[in-house]
Design a protein. Structure first.
Length: 54
């Protein structure tokens, strides 16, 4: 079961289209890459090669 991470200030922002976009701050707290091609992925996931830097 995945752990629940509470949302804090600076963890996300709203895009002009109305979507919640998680920041690198939140993604680092999550401690793993979901391999979904997140905009601010701190793990360096590459959608084309399906590889991450870490």
């Amino acid at each position: 079961m995945k752990k629940i991470i509470p949302i804090e200030d600076g963890d996300f922002y709203w895009t002009p289209e109305g979507y919640r976009c998680f920041t690198a701050q939140y993604l680092l707290k999550r401690e793993y890459c979901c391999e979904s091609g997140c905009r601010h992925c701190p793990y360096g996931f590459n959608e084309k090669t399906k590889n991450s830097k870490r």
